[in-house]
Design a protein around this ligand. Structure first.
Ligand SMILES: CC(C)(COP(=O)(O)OP(=O)(O)OC[C@H]1O[C@@H](n2cnc3c(N)ncnc32)[C@H](O)[C@@H]1OP(=O)(O)O)[C@@H](O)C(=O)NCCC(=O)NCCS
Length: 176
């Protein structure tokens, strides 16, 4: 990794956004949708470069998560990926370190939905698996998101009961 930058979406050149999208398409083997990309926009991005090649990306965007009767302002992490062939060299850790600084400085909690292969990565960084039930606030009302229960992680900045209920706000595509 030869350089690193942290920028809000409005500051990111179009070519860099295109490189991030291409990196995510490659890292998720074509399973990264337009909605997944849209979820990664409108917040703060971390970019890791090797020369002019983008080798790592992640973003944190604001969402509301309802927990214990409060609508918490959450720093929600999206679009984390390191180029295959560049993994296990600390690039992902550098990306997450920058995003966690944003979370700790601006939000009472961080949250994310982890891919199966990244669970150990987040756990090693101190993210806590949500052990309670998860829900989504949909246009049709509050709906249980049972299939997501095992993949939601939080980075508590204020005390949270991770065995309680957690409800995310509504969006197109995957709600978590
Ligand atoms: C998850 C991902 C971003 C990790 O990036 P990375 O640059 O390899 O991570 P790092 O080298 O900084 O790893 C830091 C630590 O996390 C843990 N870790 C990382 N990848 C791991 C894995 N596949 N299995 C177990 N632990 C892992 C290890 O403790 C590692 O430290 P170590 O290498 O000294 O043992 C990368 O594997 C990736 O892009 N995967 C595909 C896309 C993806 O799943 N993204 C996450 C979406 S939620």
């Amino acid at each position: 990794m030869s350089s690193f930058s942290v920028l809000h979406t409005w500051q990111v050149p179009a070519a860099t956004l295109a490189a991030a999208r291409a990196l995510l398409d490659e890292a998720f083997d074509g399973d990264f949708s337009d909605e997944d990309w849209e979820h990664s926009l409108g917040g703060v991005h971390a970019f890791a470069w090797d020369g002019d090649e983008l080798i790592g990306h992640g973003a944190v965007v604001q969402r509301r998560l309802v927990h214990d009767g409060r609508a918490l302002r959450a720093g929600y992490v999206e679009g984390v990926a390191v180029r295959a062939g560049r993994r296990r060299r600390g690039v992902g850790a550098a990306v997450m370190g920058a995003l966690e600084d944003v979370v700790r400085g601006a939000y009472p909690l961080g949250a994310l939905s982890a891919s199966e292969e990244a669970m150990a990565f987040y756990e090693a960084r101190g993210w806590q698996r949500w052990r309670g039930r998860t829900f989504a606030l949909t246009p049709a009302g509050v709906e249980r998101t049972e299939e997501e229960d095992d993949g939601i992680f939080v980075l508590p900045v204020v005390p949270l009961d991770v065995t309680g209920d957690l409800t995310c706000d509504w969006r197109d595509g995957d709600v978590w």
